[in-house]
Write a protein that binds this ligand. Structure first.
Ligand SMILES: Nc1ncnc2c1ncn2[C@@H]1O[C@H](COP(=O)(O)OP(=O)(O)OP(=O)(O)O)[C@@H](O)[C@H]1O
Length: 364
């Protein structure tokens, strides 16, 4: 991979290991920026800063990231470049993409970052977004249903607002949207239910492997639709919906309760337990994506050493160094941690020391 004028890197070239790569450096050295460059080549955007222009190195006019992916069939060269105040350009083997969405999925990638704790501590929308994003990557019908559902929901909510504004009410106009919500919502609910059931054992297995314990981790699908017909729920909530001027029941209100030993982890989990939970969840997502796409995702573990004890970190690194995983990137501020763990591994690993946007390649 090469980067030019990307954040605090002026120009740097990397030859990564196909297995384990570690970025070591002090705070602010540029380790996470490198993770972000790798992320850009998969998702055409930053995981940190949604304003592309702010990722151009200060006082420069453009950035450029290029990566060569060695694949069994043929190599892929992915380019992402941005000139200040111009449109971002992404190329696959020197050919421009018309739509960036066409690129997503070609280089699957999973990242674990400190900001993922929002999945646990944040609102239900964070968890729905996570579940929807994972399912949408392998189920195009699900994504289509989700778009249609959200459209119908928007129309129904507009109608409820109009009724309130004009002080009238027409049940028939509302029911047109109810039919759509029930049609798509019911299917989305079922797919989410099956997804959670399938993810649970994989997730439990990873949690046990990392923690060395037998605590039961839970993912509970909470929904009004579990024991009631959606049609009836919409009928029963009309009074409330009219008063509040939005649709108060449906799959847009579902949540996924994250539990540890039967208790909500959000309230009772320690910081290390929450982090373990997240890593296990992401590794379960990894398995899912790998099985469905047939491609091994790249795995980025940013700052996983923070809040986790030595044993758990060691378990994670050993776990991901296994053949089941592919190319892994790990950041850390302290070399000794990793040296000790890596010394016991058979996997080929490469260590890059990062200092103020510069890199020294230290091959194991
Ligand atoms: N557009 C930019 N141009 C130049 N430098 C930038 C730009 N954006 C961010 N930086 C610099 O990048 C540095 C942060 O890098 P990064 O987040 O990769 O650090 P890190 O090595 O992961 O540190 P930590 O261990 O604290 O997480 C900061 O010094 C910041 O000023």
């Amino acid at each position: 991979m090469s980067v030019v004028n990307f954040k605090n890197f002026e120009h740097a070239e990397f030859k990564f290991s196909d297995s384990l790569n570690c970025f070591i450096g002090n705070n602010g050295a540029g380790k996470t920026n490198l993770m972000d460059a790798i992320y850009y080549l998969s998702f055409c955007k930053s995981f940190l800063n949604s304003v592309d222009g702010q990722n151009i190195r200060f006082d420069q006019e453009f950035f450029m990231i290029q990566g060569k992916y060695t694949r069994l069939e043929s190599d892929e060269v992915i380019y992402c470049g941005l000139k200040r105040n111009q449109k971002k350009i992404v190329k696959r083997n020197q050919k421009d993409y018309k739509k960036l969405s066409e690129h997503i999925g070609l280089i699957p990638l999973i990242i674990v970052t400190p900001s993922d704790t929002n999945l646990i501590s944040g609102g239900s929308d964070e968890r729905r977004r996570f579940v929807d994003a994972v399912i949408s990557q392998y189920d195009a019908v699900y994504l289509e249903n989700l778009i249609r559902y959200n459209r119908a929901l928007q129309q129904r909510n507009n109608l409820l607002k109009q009724f309130a504004g004009r002080n009238n009410f027409q049940l028939e106009s509302l029911e047109v949207w109810d039919d759509q919500l029930v049609k798509y919502g019911q299917q989305i609910h079922e797919v989410r239910k099956v997804f959670i059931e399938n993810l649970q054992p994989i997730f439990q297995n990873y949690y046990e492997l990392i923690s060395g314990g037998r605590e039961i981790v839970g993912l509970k699908h909470q929904s009004d639709l579990t024991n009631n017909s959606f049609e009836q729920l919409l009928k029963d909530s009309i009074g409330k919906d009219r008063m509040l001027q939005y649709t108060t029941t449906g799959i847009h209100k579902e949540d996924f309760e994250f539990e540890l030993a039967g208790y909500p982890i959000r309230k009772f989990g320690s910081q290390g337990q929450k982090k373990t939970y997240l890593v296990a969840l992401k590794l379960a997502q990894f398995d899912f994506m790998k099985a469905i796409s047939g491609l091994t995702p790249i795995l980025l573990l940013d700052d996983i050493f923070d809040k986790l004890d030595k044993n758990r970190v060691e378990q994670i690194v050993k776990l991901v160094a296994d053949d089941h995983f592919g190319q892994i990137f790990i950041t850390d501020t302290n070399r000794e941690h990793l040296d000790q763990i890596i010394a016991g591994l058979e996997t080929e690993s490469r260590i890059f020391t990062i200092s103020d946007g510069n890199v020294i390649n230290l091959t194991q």
